[in-house]
Design a protein around this ligand. Structure first.
Ligand code: ZN
Length: 204
């Protein structure tokens, strides 16, 4: 059975301060068109559950439509990081990844209704360890792989330097650590710095 680990996109959902909030409305009603309701959305591409394209933090990086879909479909390992405020390479070093190339970090019990004040920091050295283990996708259950106030976004750059793609804003509240099948395909938006994904997992 597939389990949905996507945040529902809705008005008032947690949003980066100052960034474009999510909104959905029926632009043309069935009454107006005589046949169908037609909705429209406006949103930051970094609201809710989404993939970052390297272009988000590097002007020369690939955009979301240029990323390989195979990155976003396959085995994944969910790792419980909840006691940790810093996720270090030493902590991950001790974990057997079982040859899996997609790693999801569970850092909170549940996704808050409000944008968080603090999130765990992922040590920049983690990227090299993940690369060494053959990992090419890192997913987290908070809004960023860097601290919320970081301007250097070191973890983003380190991950990109090691060819590791990023998914943020997963909802892992119902998910136990372990091995799963995983699908989280970003919308194919030409030139975009990121895109919403519908993320689902299934116990192996
Ligand atoms: Zn993002």
């Amino acid at each position: 059975m597939w389990i949905d680990i996507t945040q529902t996109m809705k008005k008032g959902m947690p949003n980066w301060p100052g960034d474009t909030p999510f909104s959905f409305e029926i632009a043309y009603t069935k009454q107006q068109t005589g046949s169908v309701n037609i909705g429209k959305i406006e949103t930051s591409l970094h609201t809710g559950t989404h993939a970052d394209a390297p272009f988000h933090f590097d002007n020369n990086g690939p955009t979301i439509d240029q990323l390989d879909v195979n990155t976003f479909i396959g085995d994944c390992l969910v790792i419980d990081c909840r006691p940790h405020s810093i996720i270090s390479a030493a902590f991950l070093q001790a974990i057997d990844f079982q040859g899996v190339q997609r790693i999801l970090l569970k850092t909170v019990d549940r996704i808050s209704d409000c944008f968080p004040q603090h999130i765990p920091i992922i040590d920049a050295e983690v990227a090299a360890l993940l690369k060494e283990r053959g990992v090419f996708l890192l997913g987290v259950d908070n809004p960023s792989v860097d601290s919320l106030t970081s301007k250097e976004v070191q973890a983003h750059h380190a991950l990109y330097a090691h060819q590791i793609q990023i998914i943020e804003g997963l909802d892992l509240s119902c998910i136990e650590p372990g091995l799963y099948d995983f699908i989280a395909l970003p919308l194919k938006i030409e030139g975009a710095d990121g895109a919403p994904v519908r993320a689902v997992i299934r116990k192996k």
